[in-house]
Design a protein around this ligand. Structure first.
Ligand code: NAD
Length: 368
């Protein structure tokens, strides 16, 4: 079987879905690997390194993917590109098939086995394949570095001949994978770190990283380990307590999300207006609209002395390690159906059956 990897085409996307390391391991599973020349350049993986790992280089995307039985990608290829893949081939990546009708149509028309990894069940067994977690880790880390860069303050406490500098007070909103990495990173930089989440179990997780849990008196544990939406009363109470607290905070890093929904609006314009001048907010949730009312996705704005940044695709800004983790996640996922040079899809395996889009071909056949 042939595995193909083309250069990413989305603007600003620097990651790559295959590294020389995972290339070698896929070849060891009996696959032939074709990589478009330069596909790893933006993430610092050279063509020579892929060749040394056993890959064949292709001059363009068509040559890399034309013969592929399995296509690996970070973001989904253009619909026109999907239409050129051979029927029934597998496509694995952050495909977001429902985000773009033309993309979804191309997948269905071509009878592709699309595996949008954002659909992967988040079970213990799936952890090694969980691209949302691995990429969120990088995003949370980078968000704190951006905040530190924008802040007109030190993060750590300093005792100097010019007097003592008080540490920055950093609040992390949302303590999922990105938020916990943000807590850990801000802590390493020496800030006083607080975090909060609506899932009560995050208290212990935040504390284990040296942060303090900010108790806003609202708990909203939902299904499958995710948060549910808050009721209006819960939201009002959360916001009242938070507004008071923010008057004393220097840096906010927002990471709160509810799957499949726009990001919850947690930080209001009035709360920002109540903050000290020179405060900074970095909104990792900008991608899905932002946790702050003043966030403009992709921009950094000055709100009367408070800087509000809404950076996009932060994982891509740490492309080397983000790609290494992403590519290993993909290797682990693909290993479910690529072995000894053959493709074997076990549709009784929930990791395959629940991830494939729009539905497992076997179920489709049964239904028909
Ligand atoms: P996410 O990106 O969907 O959300 C980020 C965080 O925002 C979550 O912790 C959520 O509770 C929080 N949030 C939502 N609404 C909020 C609000 N109004 N106020 C404050 N916080 C709010 O989540 P994620 O980081 O992808 O992961 C969610 C959970 O699933 C985490 O606990 C994670 O550890 C767990 N998880 C488990 C596995 C596994 O066991 N295989 C894998 C990955 C993640």
């Amino acid at each position: 079987i042939t595995i193909g990897v083309a250069s990413e085409t989305a603007a600003g996307e620097k990651r790559v879905a295959l590294t020389p390391e995972t290339c070698k391991k896929l070849i060891a599973r009996g696959a032939r690997v074709r990589v478009q020349r330069g596909a790893g350049r933006a993430s610092s993986f050279t063509d020579e390194a892929y060749v040394q790992a056993g890959a064949e280089l292709a001059d363009d995307a068509a040559a890399a993917l034309g013969e592929a039985d399995v296509v690996l990608c970070v973001q989904a290829p253009e619909p026109a590109r999907l239409a050129t893949l051979h029927e029934g081939s597998a496509v694995v990546g952050l495909l977001a098939p429902q985000a773009d009708a033309a993309r979804g149509d191309a997948i269905v028309a071509r009878k592709l086995l699309a595996f949008p990894l954002e659909r992967l069940p988040r079970t213990t067994r799936a952890q090694a394949m969980d691209v949302l977690s691995s990429q969120a880790g990088m995003a949370g880390y980078k968000a704190v570095l951006i905040a530190a860069q924008l802040a007109p303050r030190f993060f750590p406490m300093l005792t100097t001949a010019a007097g003592t500098i008080r540490p920055s007070k950093v609040l992390i909103v949302g303590a999922g994978v990105a938020g916990l990495q943000a807590v850990a990173t801000a802590k390493r930089l020496g800030a006083q770190v607080e975090g909060f989440d609506v899932r009560p179990e995050t208290r212990e997780q935040i504390e284990s990283l040296g942060g303090k849990f900010l108790d806003l008196g609202v708990s909203a544990a939902g299904e499958g380990g995710y948060a549910r939406q808050l009721t209006d009363e819960e939201r009002a109470e959360q916001q009242r307590r938070l507004g008071e607290h923010l008057k004393n905070i220097d840096v906010i890093v927002c990471t709160a999300a509810v799957p499949g929904r726009p990001a919850p609006k947690i930080i209001t314009a009035a709360m920002i207006a109540g903050m000290k001048p020179g405060s900074v907010l970095v909104d990792l949730a900008a991608e899905t609209g932002g946790n702050c009312e003043l966030t403009r996705p992709g921009e950094t704005v000055d709100a009367d002395g408070v800087t509000v940044a809404g950076p996009l695709n932060l994982a891509s800004s740490g492309a080397v390690h983000a790609s290494e983790m992403y590519a290993r996640n993909l290797l682990n996922f693909v290993s479910l159906f690529v072995d000894q040079g053959a493709l074997k899809y076990d549709w009784n395996d929930e990791l395959l059956a629940k991830t494939v889009w729009p539905q497992p071909p076997v179920a489709a056949a049964v239904a028909a």
